[in-house]
Ligand binder design. Structure first.
Ligand code: GBH
Length: 483
């Protein structure tokens, strides 16, 4: 049966949170204005060859100056929530030199937050969406645990103090897995550290501690007055067995999920420690490499207590899926690769459509499946879907493929909520705007709204998908067409 035939009508629970999202580096521009410090992405963009079209985010959507246009687009879209991120470097330009707050940065985010609230939109604020201040990186970045934890805590404290009276949803890190694998493992994204055997795990270890430190900071000092929620935004492909009838593939898929999602979710939502399947596997591989200790760092008993339970909701970005089977490792021996110590070979079904992206295949059922996996594995937490989106290369206003993809993915969320009783509290469309798409520069567009990057006014034009999403929001789901 095709996805279309499976379509169900119905509405979401009352107060379901409809949201759209952006991130600071991807939309703000104004990278040298008003005392903003440098981030690792400013540095990364400077090196020729890193960004496909050799572009930078120096102006991008120019939201640093045009945020009121964004706010009015959000208002007309009908979302009651907007997820954006704060540029750490705008708020504290050089964190290693002490907490010297840049008032212009505070003013910018106050203006944005106040403008949102004035039109009935609640901010969901991500503290870290890939843009580490360069001076922290100069001293090791995520590989310098003490420094990262200290500076991230100081930064969060400034944000809670200045904005926490109005911001009730705080995400600490966006996509830790991507930060660690691409930033400190393969070195394909900023800060481009190539350390696939150890750096990758050390970065994750520091990140988890920094996250938990900030959750405790809020819990101890702010929660009683500000009454908000602090959480982390995880991401994973939904990995399923290549052949569902083959036990070995089923096991491989589960192991991959533990490495991708469990790596961060297990410590936070289960017991303060990495999944045992992951610990066993990395230890075994380390021993085979002649090492005495596992390359996966260990948490002390105290760390585990500190980490466990440090997310008030489960933030999840869902885009796509993969098929899993075990690799034959005997001959030749496996080298660490993108999926590193998983020993799992991932592939895609030739029938899946890829909309021109090297990683994003359109597989609507993946979102319902991953929601069910989260429900089973982590005891039915409240899940906030923090990103789902679709790219094309044209930015065309007539984006029928995006309309159709959102329709099918959101319908799978509806099934997860109404048929499977998954505890989903909201959905977020990535992204409000076409923007600076990291390594892909401006060559890939994810926006509900087209931005003309050749026009100095960065004119914004809603696409068909914007109007379609507005309709879903208005109806709170899918109404049966009249007979
Ligand atoms: C999201 O990550 C990001 O949070 C968001 O900032 C971004 O705009 C959005 O994706 C769209 O890309 O180049 O083959 O190594 C989604 C998950 C995982 C997608 C890593 C890109 C890298 C693919 N990401 N992946 S590759």
């Amino acid at each position: 049966m095709s996805e279309e035939e499976n379509f169900i009508y119905g509405t979401f629970p009352e107060n379901f949170k409809w949201c759209t999202a952006t991130s600071a580096f991807q939309i703000e521009g104004g990278t040298t204005e008003d005392g903003r410090g440098r981030s690792i992405w400013d540095t990364f963009c400077q090196i020729s060859g890193n960004i496909i079209d050799n572009s930078t985010a120096d102006i991008s959507c120019d939201s640093y100056h045009r945020y009121m246009e964004d706010v009015s687009l959000l208002k007309n879209l009908g979302v009651k929530f907007y997820r954006f991120s704060i540029s750490w470097s705008r708020v504290i330009p050089e964190p290693t030199k002490g907490v010297k707050v840049n008032e212009a940065g505070i003013r910018y985010y106050n203006n944005l937050i106040n403008s949102l609230i004035a039109v009935g939109i609640s901010p969901i604020v991500t503290l870290y969406h890939f843009d580490l201040p360069q001076d922290i990186q100069d001293e090791g970045g995520f590989l310098n645990e003490d420094l990262l934890v200290k500076c991230f805590k100081e930064y969060a404290d400034v944000c809670f103090q200045n904005f926490g009276d109005r911001v009730k949803y705080w995400a600490t890190f966006n996509e830790p897995r991507q930060i660690c694998t691409l930033g400190y493992g393969l070195g394909l994204m900023a800060p481009a550290v190539h350390s696939p055997k150890t750096g990758i795990y050390q970065a994750a270890h520091s990140l988890l501690k920094a996250h938990a430190t900030v959750w405790h900071l809020y819990n101890d000092n702010y929660r009683i007055h500000q009454n908000g929620k602090v959480f982390i935004v995880l991401c994973s492909e939904y990995v399923m067995a290549k052949d569902p009838g083959n036990d070995s593939d089923v096991e491989a898929a589960d192991l991959a999920m533990q490495f991708k999602l469990g790596w961060f979710a297990h410590p936070i939502y289960i017991n303060g420690d990495y999944p045992s399947a992951m610990k066993n596997k990395v230890l075994l591989l380390s021993q085979q490499e002649g090492l005495k200790n596992s390359r996966l760092p260990e948490f002390s008993e105290e760390d585990k207590k500190f980490l466990k339970g440090t997310s008030d909701i489960f933030g999840m970005n869902v885009y796509t899926a993969r098929l899993a089977e075990y690799q034959q490792r005997d001959n030749p021996p496996l080298q660490p690769s993108l999926d590193l110590d998983e020993i799992v070979k991932l592939s895609v079904d030739p029938k899946w459509t890829d909309c021109g992206s090297i990683w994003l295949y359109i597989i609507p059922s993946c979102i319902r499946k991953i929601l069910n996996w989260i429900k089973r594995e982590y005891n039915s937490p409240e899940v906030l879907l923090t990103e789902t989106g679709f790219m094309d290369k044209t930015g065309s206003l007539d984006d029928e493929h995006r309309v159709n993809s959102f329709k099918l993915y959101i319908n799978e969320v509806l099934k997860a909520v109404t048929l499977d009783e998954c505890n989903v509290i909201g959905f977020t469309a990535w992204s409000l705007l076409d923007n600076f798409e990291w390594n892909f520069g401006y060559s890939e567009k994810f926006g509900l709204v087209n931005v003309d990057f050749s026009d100095k006014n960065r004119t914004r034009k809603p696409k068909k998908s914007y109007h379609y999403y507005a309709e879903i929001i208005k109806n709170n789901g899918f109404l049966k067409p009249p007979k």
